[in-house]
Design a protein around this ligand. Structure first.
Ligand code: CDP
Length: 136
């Protein structure tokens, strides 16, 4: 008997760091996620590399151009069939502003990370990103 497997859908997200702070984005949609905070990003589309997808998502969601750096090691299950991968990201141009999916953005220092209500599945990813990318 052969086992059927489907590759998980990859959701790519950015750990944008500027002046020692990490960007958190509050979702405004869909209703069940509204008010919760995440690392901005979205689903990779067919034919896109992860880096291409992330540049596109951050342009769409924040209105900025970015440079994708190193992957934050790890893979976090979002729901069955979906995994989250995270990269360190630097701003190239523009200033992040909420577009459609978010209604507020905050730059958080390491000490401020717990001040927002992260999506459950983003918490371990945020902790890993902060440990690697933010000053102690
Ligand atoms: O923009 P797109 O429709 O490609 O993706 P999205 O709606 O932003 O994200 C796809 C799925 O990944 C949603 O179910 C989000 O809740 C989830 N997600 C997440 O859990 N954590 C993130 N940092 C980004 C997305």
């Amino acid at each position: 008997m052969t086992e059927q497997r489907t590759d998980p859908v990859v959701v790519v997200a950015g750990a944008l760091v500027d002046e020692g702070r990490l960007l958190a984005a509050r979702r405004s949609t869909p209703a069940e996620l509204a008010g919760r905070w995440e690392l901005p990003g979205g689903k990779r589309e067919p034919g896109e590399s992860s880096e291409e997808a992330l540049v596109r998502e951050l342009r769409e969601e924040l209105g900025v151009e970015t440079e994708i750096g190193e992957r934050v090691p790890g893979e976090w299950v979002l729901k069955p069939g979906y995994v989250l991968w995270v990269w360190a990201v630097r701003l190239r141009s523009g200033r992040p502003a909420p577009q459609q999916e978010h209604d507020e953005l905050r730059w958080l220092t390491r000490d401020e990370l717990d001040s927002v209500d992260w999506l459950d599945q983003d918490r371990p990813a945020v902790a890993e990103a902060a440990a690697r990318l933010l000053p102690a």
